[in-house]
Design a protein around this ligand. Structure first.
Ligand code: ATR
Length: 497
């Protein structure tokens, strides 16, 4: 009889196919199945030819080809497809068998599936996988969470196929119960939205603001990639800016229509931020920036009606004339690098605040140092400074906010003047920088001892008798003022949503 397979993979689309090849290359025998069975045949005749794979033409065949306890990983579209697959597979499995969802599922769905399958004796895991096609093939970052009893059987496979950081550590660690793995992956994607938009804003400041061509901006990003901003997204940005269109000879980036798409994980992160009451303005602004980009026709029409500064850096016309005349482009580029790094720190601080609140809310006991560690390689947000984040959380796992870690505090202090100056320039030039602006407002808001929420509470109390606490009385005592002299003294009950 043929040797049984170590793991089964369902779904042979881009990510699934590459993950199968990655597993096989690490010495595992992999059983593969796809709903449209022709794809199994095509894969085994193509990229899978001559490899240690078992092609399966039904879920029954897949289950029969696996060594118990069976390990089956789904790489299928998130949503109803996962539930359908579970419903079809569960009756074929035995207690102790393991199902892993490697897609971008909602963490609520994963929590529900974990609980449902536990009742049937099946071990369910939601494992976010980041790294795109290349990562899936050569080593992604993998974020598993769910039924912890599955981890000893999954660890040897998932850590073997994961990317390895410079110190040799695999970019895959057990994160926690329920949908925590998918939650961490969702926040990863939210941070990715913020990073990408931030880079795009720097690009627009250089292109529209300083009037630089793509070829002139390319070496700037390549140079930034040699210091603190060293990251996959800065590196691919430099590559993109240097790419010329074969047909026209023009920079390819200049020929691409400026409307962005989205698959929803940034939106989910922003929604969860609102649900859990955590300020993550940079992630939310990055999503809104894509929404605004999508209304291209409206923007083109509005150009003639909504006035703003004209001209570029140092040569501004109209009301803005002379604002930046004494500045030179080279020093602006240096300031911009500092501003981008400061904004990036704030953005990650917000992402980790969301993780921290979810961990407390759901009792997940997440380890933030581990999360930063498994993002160091393989995933889209991989960056040099994730190593520094790991150190910060290892030194102080209870850190109230990443910005408060000594290293980051110092960087933010050192970036002050540049950060503020870049934003003044952007505003003076009329270049939209929603994420960069949100970063400084977050920083200034977080360090502000007395926010204007005193007035806000007064307003709420004025029109709705919502009550307020006083600075000269203990917390938890609520007061109502009859502001107009005509209202009653009945106060509304106090609750927060
Ligand atoms: P990608 O990796 O390219 O982003 P995806 O759109 O997330 O892919 O997922 C596509 C995979 O989900 C395909 O393998 C698809 O199977 P088909 O080739 O038969 O379309 C699989 N898929 C989608 N719906 C499914 C379902 N209800 N049951 C099983 N597999 C399903």
């Amino acid at each position: 009889m043929e040797k049984l397979a170590d793991i089964g993979v369902v779904g042979l689309a881009v990510m699934g196919e590459n993950l199968v090849l990655n597993m096989e290359s690490k010495g595992f025998r992999v059983a593969c199945y796809n709903r449209t069975v022709d794809k199994v045949d095509a894969f085994l005749a193509g990229r899978g030819q001559g490899k240690n794979l078992v092609g399966c033409r039904s879920l029954e065949e897949l289950v029969a080809s696996l060594e118990p306890p069976r390990r089956i990983m789904f790489m299928v579209r998130a949503g109803a497809a996962v539930d359908q697959l579970i419903d079809s597979l569960a009756p074929l499995l035995e207690p102790g068998d393991i199902l892993v969802d490697g897609g971008n599922s909602s963490y609520h769905d994963t929590t529900r599936r974990c609980a449902d399958l536990e009742k049937k004796g099946l071990l369910y895991v939601g494992a976010g996988v980041s790294g795109g096609e290349e990562g899936a093939l050569h080593g992604p970052s993998i974020m598993p969470g769910g039924n912890a009893a599955a981890w000893p059987a999954l660890q040897p496979i998932l850590q073997a196929i994961a990317a390895k950081a410079a110190d040799g550590a695999p970019c895959c660690e057990w994160l926690g119960p329920d949908g925590s793995g998918h939650f961490v992956k969702m926040v990863h994607n939210g941070i990715e939205y913020g990073d990408m938009q931030l880079i795009c804003e720097a690009y627009q400041l250089l292109s529209q603001g300083l009037g630089m061509a793509a070829e002139e901006i390319q070496p700037i990003f390549a140079d930034w990639n040699t210091r603190e901003l060293d990251s996959y997204l800065i590196q691919i940005t430099a590559d993109i800016l240097g790419h010329m269109d074969a047909e026209t000879g023009k920079p390819t980036v200049d020929l691409i229509l400026d409307t962005a798409g989205q698959k929803g994980t940034g939106k989910w992160t922003s929604q969860v931020g609102l649900d859990l009451g955590v300020a993550i303005p940079q992630i939310a602004e990055a999503v809104f920036a894509r929404c605004l980009s999508a209304v291209k026709d409206e923007r083109v029409a509005a150009k003639s009606y909504l006035l703003g500064p004209e001209g570029t850096f140092g040569k501004e016309g109209g009301a803005n004339k002379g604002v930046n005349a004494d500045k030179d482009a080279a020093s602006f580029v240096k300031q911009l690098e500092k501003a981008v790094y400061a904004a990036k720190i704030c953005s990650y601080a917000q992402g980790f605040q969301l993780l921290r609140t979810a961990s407390m809310e759901y009792g997940w006991n997440l380890h933030f140092g581990d999360i930063a560690r498994i993002w160091r390689e393989g995933c889209i947000i991989r960056a040099r400074f994730l190593g520094t984040i790991t150190e910060a959380y290892e030194t102080d796992p209870e850190l109230a906010n990443l910005m408060l870690a000594p290293y980051f505090r110092e960087v933010l202090a050192g970036a002050q003047a540049a950060w503020r100056s870049v934003l003044s320039t952007a505003i003076g030039l009329g270049v939209p920088v929603p994420v960069l602006a949100a970063s400084l407002s977050y920083y200034d808001g977080y360090r502000c001892e007395r926010l204007p929420a005193n007035l806000l509470q007064a307003q709420r109390d004025y029109f709705g008798a919502h009550t307020y606490e006083r600075i000269d009385r203990p917390r938890g005592e609520f007061f109502h003022t009859n502001w107009t002299g005509t209202g009653g003294s009945t106060a509304s009950s106090t609750y927060s949503v």
